[in-house]
Design a binder for this molecule. Sequence first.
Ligand code: PLP
Length: 474
Amino acid sequence: MSSVTNHLPTAELQALDAAHHMHPFTTNSELADKGARIITRAKGVYLTDSEGNEILDAMAGLWCVNLGYGREEMGKVAARQMNELPYYNTFFQTTHVPGIALAKELADLAPGDLNHVFFAGSGSEANDTNLRMVRTYWAQKGKPEKSHVISRKNAYHGSSVGSGSLGGMTPMHEQGGMPIPGIHHIAQPDWWSEGGNQTPEAFGLACARALEDKILELGADKVAAFIGEPVQGAGGVIVPPESYWPEIQRICEKHDVLIIADEVICGFGRTGNWFGSQTMGIKPHIMTIAKGLSSGYAPIGGSIVCDEVAEVIGNCEFNHGYTYSGHPVCAAVALENLRIMQEENLLDHVRNVAAPALKEALDGLAEHPLVGGVNVSGMMASLPLTPHKASRAAFAADKGTVGYICREHCFAHNLVMRHVGDRMIISPPLVITPEEIAIFAERARAALDATYADLKAQDMLRAAEEHDAPSPLG
Ligand SMILES: *Cc1c(COP(=O)(O)O)cnc(C)c1O
């Protein structure tokens, strides 16, 4: 087993990493100069790096390690399944027990008539499946031209060509010929950054009505589906105003447009329910799942599909699938994850213990002069940084400059808190205790103080000039 005592020295590992390892979403030449931080082990909510630092992971890896690190049951189940049946496919009129059991378990957990599961290896793959599935659904119903999909700006649905096109991330679209045709992006319900003088309620309604405008512009007979994260994650933990999703639901029903809820982050307890759709009152036709499905212990994703869509797809040969769809080891690991979540009443812990403690800690941090407010749903949250709380102003510096400074101070204080632009992002393992949340808050405050001191010293506590629309709500 790798440990801090038996691997190569940190500098040598960093040199090898720089020489051979291309990192995702990274300027590799800059990282090579700096040296990547090497994580060697983890337990509970703490990571250990190659220098022996213990770092509190307030991001649960990439929003996925809901159960926390180092659960030995997960490793045991994986080993047992590897010995019994490490792999078999589900293409050739064959199936296997972990795949059957996990599909049945997901059908039981999912709301309404979401009773059918198409497995994938990741969230990106699952959203590629969804794009093809909704188009095939309408084609099977004799409406092949009902093929356009509407998404939101700043949405994140994955990084493959299909899922990256569904997403609304401009820097991604600028590379590699995206978005592909037939995908449209409307405004996101980000009241904090874009709501100006409107109340959240009015702004939420206006954002939802942009969907109806787009449907009417394209023609309802051309629109297959709307896709959205119940709460946008990678876009900056954007919790939509309460008026938003009910209006989206109404509009989709009125125009016969399918709803795909991308539950890759929100699913499996993150917002305090099994699915974010339940928290937000959405009745989707398809839910995308990944990340928390296995708490990140094994790569697995999928689509949970309603009766109607599954029946129509079931009447044709759907020419789609992945070698690792329903991989037995990953399915067994996911099942064990769900079993532990239920045995330990993790949802109760989130609702009654962890989420209230996190909310209290965040409200405390919101009193810091740099923090403009709190966006939170269950165990996902963001703290927008601002030079001027009352107007929710942006900084004069390039977007993300201040967030990056703060993230670096977090790391220096042994805390992983990511930044999206100038928002600090929190999404800890769901098992986190109130004591650990108190440690999180202490380190976050120290990092915010250090950031504030830096900004002051460099005369960066200035607001961008165009931002002069104070909110009635402060
Ligand atoms: C992470 C993420 C994805 C992509 O999942 P991968 O497993 O990285 O392919 C899709 N949708 C959402 C909402 C995500 O957060």
